[in-house]
Design a protein. Structure first.
Length: 65
């Protein structure tokens, strides 16, 4: 099974979503998991407390805001 690289993504890292449904949003990465199929998912928590799940391949890690 092929697994994805997370590219330095770790719990608490500030990230920006660049693709998918939530493109353009940013926040703190939490709850990082690898699914049975090898896809890495995470929950992004925005500054206002809104949470959403996305794939790790859709985010880039940035410096803290």
């Amino acid at each position: 099974m092929k697994t994805e690289q997370t590219g330095g993504l770790e719990d608490g890292a500030w990230c920006k979503v660049v693709a998918g449904t939530h493109a353009g949003k940013s926040g703190s990465a939490t709850d990082i998991h690898t699914s049975k199929t090898g896809h890495v998912t995470l929950t992004v928590v925005q500054k206002d407390g809104v949470r959403f799940k996305t794939l790790a391949r859709h985010v880039v890690v940035q410096a803290s805001a």
